[in-house]
Ligand binder design. Sequence first.
Ligand code: SAM
Length: 303
Amino acid sequence: MDSERIHSSPQCPPSSSPAWFTEAGSPHHRLQWQVTRTLYAGDSPYQHIEVLETEQFGTALVLDGILQTTAADEYIYHEMLALVPLLSHPHPARVLIIGGGDGGLAREVLRVPGVQDVVMVEIDRAVVEVARKFLPHHTAALDDPRLTIRYEDGVQYVAALDAADAFDVILVDATDPEGDGPGQVLYTTEFHRAIRAALLPEGVYAQQSGTPIYNPDVLTRVAHDVDREFPVCRVYWCTVPTYPGSLFTFTMGSLGPEPLVPIRRLPHGAPTRWYTPRIHAAAFALPPVVAELLPERVAAAQA
Ligand code: SAM
């Protein structure tokens, strides 16, 4: 997503003309969110971090000018990135999250039955600190005793893992590969190979693979990579209103479990706002315009 910040005034003083945060889905299409206040703006060693109060979607986290998550619609992305893989796995005891600094994914992972320990490898401590201050719903589970947060590069962490430290589920919740942010390294063939080596037998892997509306090449590249490295590769989708194009994909690799239908469920009555077992299955039903971007055997398995 080539994103450029067109305008957001740091203090957004009350004025007759409201302030707007603008993100470009492409050089030819922009999204704008009316901003009532900038709650935080600062540079970490890795990226420019902003927290904006938006009229329509509440508090929003923005990294290097790209909107990451908002209070109003974050549940869609985080429920789908956590619950589809974890409820496809028979015993997701050990889970690795790479990225995820806003805390939303860890919150969803930690509520799944059977999860015993979660390691979150987030390169930028400042994102976690800012999220704790301004995104309390996202970070509600960051003090769960089962969670360990490590502030380092996910690629280096995975490369240094030995077999004794392998995981049942690995989720990558990172910034996009575009631009020159720290997330680029998480979309390479070498990284997908290292991920496979870091999984236990029966392990599953999932990552966000962007919107095919603006970046079909990212989905194609990730799906072909994962399909080469894993015996089972699947792609599923959801809609995230605040992501340019709204249609958003995830790519999964599996060493065993077939994720097309969930094999487990959340405890009866566990509140979700997007995920249901039927949504899980429906998310793997791909429109032809998306299926055509994938390796043939993946598209055929999901036809
Ligand atoms: N969960 C949000 C969403 O809904 O898309 C966005 C994800 S989260 C804010 C993205 C995180 O990935 C950021 O905190 C960023 O610092 C982290 N990140 C990027 N590159 C990384 C790397 N190489 N290793 C670890 N974390 C990384």
